[in-house]
Every structure is written in C-alpha cells, then in structure tokens.
Design a protein around this ligand. Structure first.
Ligand code: URA
Length: 251
C-alpha cells in the first residue's frame, strides 16, 4: 500500500482523513512538526516501506516507521465540552484571546468539530478522528444542532414560521428548520446546516436579533450533567451513534 504523495494544492482541502506526514508524527508525539520535517529530510521516516517525503500524506491505515521502528498509532478520542462564553473556537488566536483547546486535555491532541462564536455557549465536540469530523461537518449528513436563542424582542408566530421555512441570507436560502417558543423572548431553533453565524443572521433577518445563544444539543449529544467549562469523554455507544449518523458504522 502506498501513501499518498501529492502537492498540497492538488489535494482536497476537506478530506481530513489524510494528514501531512509531519503532522502525523507531531500528533504521535515523535517530534514537533519542524523536527518531523528534519527527520523526513534525513530519510529516517518510511511510510509503508518507502521513504517519506515532505509532501507525503498518510491515513490511519498506513504504517509509519522512524529509524525502522513503527510509530504507535494515536488513540482515537472523542470529547464533549460545555463551551463557556468568552472562548474562541480555534487552536491559536493571533489576538491572544482564550481558546477552547485550553479547556480540553492536550494529549491525545483533539480539535473541535465545527465552531461556536466566542459569545455562544454549549455543546462542542472534539476529536482526533479526522474521518468522523469530516463526515459530521459534511452537509450530506444533515447533523442536527439545537440552539436556544434569547431574542431582543418577542417573536410573533409568523416569525417562528418564517425561521422554520427558511430565510434568504447572503449565501443563499437556509434549509427548513424547526422553531418553537420556549419563553416570551426565548426560542429553540433546530438546524442541520453549519453556516457562519447562521442563527444570529437568521434571527436578525426577521427583526429579532439574538442577545444570547446556547447550543443545547449537537448530533444528539446534550450537556446533561456537565457544568460550563467542563468536558467528558463520549462512551462507546455515543461514538457508534455518531458513526451511524454519518454512514461510518460497521455493518
Ligand atoms: N449560529 C451562530 O450565529 N453562532 C454560533 O455560534 C452558532 C450558530
């Protein structure tokens, strides 16, 4: 089996089941990315028996060896964080704001699936399972996200119907959603798209700007028993359910 060797520009930028060899080695704790590049350049890294190159991409099934010794495969991890307000969903922020990765364990290294705005609270999944993350983010699988939105003013029934039917945004019409009233100025909106600032844009478009946004459910996972800022590992059944939702379950 040969590892993929392709110029980065020709690769699909969304297929996260393959990672660059230096990133693979860094995640496995062998060296920093730069250190891994040095190992690769020195010819000390082999992928499926062939010399690895700086533009080699590998997947979980590939055999990676350094100085003839197999690199231990990284354990797959799946965590659910109750994201508090005030943290940005990025690995590192040039403006030095606090990031969600500070709130989850460093090893194995996991990354958030999708994003929540800095002021949005709620369910945020982290994993190092690139294939699952890619599928969860893919529109084809219509992963449900449930939001509780506190609005600046009380929405009419008509407003709720309009939100559910779809709203014309700059990047096109939103897909049908579910909208229901939870309180005078509080609504629940269930959507299966993941456009940037989608809920805020939808609510603003119907004249009811969001003053507070919370994601209560992501892909069937809720925050029961978790406090803001805390995370928990998913159990095997929850991971299987996510795989089922995204067509990755065996059998
Ligand atoms: N929609 C938004 O507007 N913001 C979020 O953080 C998530 C969904």
């Amino acid at each position: 089996m040969h590892a993929r060797v392709e110029p980065a520009a020709n690769r699909s930028t969304v297929d996260t089941s393959f990672v660059r060899l230096n990133a693979y080695l860094a995640r496995a704790g062998v060296a920093s990315r730069r250190g891994a590049d040095e190992l690769i350049k020195a010819g000390r890294v082999r992928v499926n028996g062939e010399p690895g190159q700086l533009n080699t991409f590998v997947a979980a099934r590939d055999l990676v060896e350094v100085d003839g010794k197999p690199v231990a495969k990284q354990k797959l991890a799946y965590l659910l964080l109750y994201k508090p307000a005030g943290f940005v969903t990025t690995a590192s922020d040039p403006q030095k704001r606090r990031t969600v990765v500070e709130l989850v364990p460093r090893t194995p290294r996991v990354v958030p699936v999708g994003r929540l705005d800095a002021d949005t609270t709620g369910a945020l999944l982290f994993t190092n399972d690139g294939q699952l993350a890619h599928h969860l983010a893919h529109p084809r699988y219509e992963i449900e996200k449930v939001y509780e939105a506190e609005l600046e003013r009380e929405p009419t029934d008509d407003v709720l119907r309009t939100l559910a039917a779809g709203i014309e945004l700059e990047d096109g019409r939103t897909a049908p959603a579910k909208a229901r009233r939870l309180g005078p100025k509080l609504i629940e909106l269930s959507i299966h798209e993941g456009r940037k600032h989608q809920v805020k844009l939808m609510c603003a478009a119907v004249g009811c700007p969001v003053v507070r946004l919370h994601r209560s459910v992501y892909a069937g996972l809720d925050l029961d028993g978790l406090a803001a800022g805390k995370w928990r590992a998913l159990d095997r059944g929850e991971v299987e359910a996510l795989k089922k939702l995204t067509g990755l379950a065996a059998g």
